[in-house]
Design a protein around this ligand. Structure first.
Ligand SMILES: NC(=O)c1ccc[n+]([C@@H]2O[C@H](COP(=O)([O-])OP(=O)(O)OC[C@H]3O[C@@H](n4cnc5c(N)ncnc54)[C@H](O)[C@@H]3O)[C@@H](O)[C@H]2O)c1
Length: 334
């Protein structure tokens, strides 16, 4: 799918976090649609190190990049020496996705060092290359604010959300100081789709419930899941947003969701319909205090200023994803 008139062939593109879910999809998008684009992935990949919550420190996985023909640099964005490996390139476009993406890392120092301090370097690299910068912000900047969540009213409730909120402020201030700089932040809501599998228990409920069903088990949901809803957006629409953002005439931060909120019970029900099962649902008490009950992106601004138009409903996204859910269930162990 081609989303704008720009020819990315012969353009040099940096994707930080390119071994992760969204970054690797973006790398393949460019490879498949613009075979002469020069794509560089920069990612720390995964090590055996864990955070206090038991999750891996980074989720990048080589399997997300099998078949990718561009340059791959294994490096940590926190490390200046690793960043200097980029010096020999001249980028036209930078997509900055590398981050601690796990919203349940509560060590404030490491989240701020990884997501915020490094953003100063990324802004400066983009400026020195005269490159357009598109970076990942998050719906987490809104915390528990009521739906629909709208740009301009933020209230982050965890270190991750706060780090993205500060990145948005840094980008705003940088744009004021450098009026010619092209910088767009995308506040992704709940993304699902191929290549998220290696995010393990931080992957979407679509893949997690899909695999429970394929194991022959009733999908497990929090009690009252029909009242807990999110704005779930399929990866193809997130790629569309990145492509529209990188030719945008407007700097700023934009919500990227469908504008529609769907509940977790609906995910389980759509999956069972697609997989032809009737396993019922197993409910268990929600262990989290202050769990957000509803998110729904106000996408007025991204429609108007980016020309963004979500194409995938939850049903359509799950249907498109089913073959990959089945393939992963056969080839990987969750
Ligand atoms: N997936 C979602 O629903 C969602 C929602 C909102 C925002 N986001 C943001 O989008 C971006 C991509 O998310 P994702 O879902 O693809 O997550 P992901 O964890 O799959 O991708 C992040 C990548 O960054 C890499 N990384 C982590 N720390 C690094 C470091 N110090 N140096 C270099 N690389 C490092 C990881 O190895 C991983 O490959 C992130 O910035 C995330 O915060 C994602």
């Amino acid at each position: 799918m081609i989303y704008n008139n720009t020819d990315f062939n012969n353009k040099s593109i940096l994707i930080t976090g390119g071994a992760g879910f969204i970054g690797s999809n973006l790398a393949f998008y460019f490879q498949e649609n613009f075979p002469k684009s020069q794509i560089t992935v920069f990612d720390s990949f995964r090590s055996n190190e864990n955070f206090h919550n038991g999750n891996l420190k980074s989720f990048g996985h080589y399997k997300n990049l099998i078949g990718f023909k561009g340059n791959i640099i294994c490096g940590n964005i926190v490390n200046q020496k690793d960043l200097s490996l980029l010096d020999k390139y001249k980028f036209d476009f930078i997509f900055h996705l590398a981050a601690i993406s796990d919203t349940r890392v509560y060590d404030q120092e490491i989240v701020m060092r990884t997501n915020v301090n490094t953003f100063t370097d990324i802004l400066e690299i983009a400026q020195s290359h005269n490159a357009t910068l598109v970076y990942a912000s998050s719906a987490a900047v809104y915390g528990n604010l009521p739906s629909p969540q709208t740009e301009g009213s933020e209230d982050p409730q965890n270190p991750y959300g706060y780090s993205k909120y500060i990145m948005d402020k840094m980008s705003h201030n940088f744009s004021l100081k450098h009026p010619k700089a092209k910088i767009v932040g995308l506040r992704f809501f709940n993304v699902f789709g191929p290549r998220e599998y290696f995010k393990e228990n931080t992957s979407s409920m679509v893949i997690q419930l899909g695999h429970q069903i394929l194991d022959g088990k009733a999908p497990r949901l929090f009690e009252n899941s029909h009242q807990i809803s999110r704005d779930f957006i399929y990866i193809d629409d997130v790629i569309q947003a990145n492509l529209k953002a990188c030719v945008s005439e407007h700097n700023g931060t934009f919500n990227i969701g469908t504008g529609i909120s769907r509940n977790f019970q609906e995910i389980a029900d759509i999956l069972q319909k697609e997989l032809n099962t009737d396993l019922g649902t197993e409910y268990f008490p929600n262990p989290f205090d202050g769990y957000q009950s509803n998110t729904q992106a106000n996408i007025t601004s991204s429609i108007k200023k980016l020309g963004f138009k979500p194409n995938f409903s939850l049903e359509k996204g799950i249907k498109a994803y089913i073959p990959e859910i089945l393939r992963l269930h056969k080839s990987e162990n969750l």
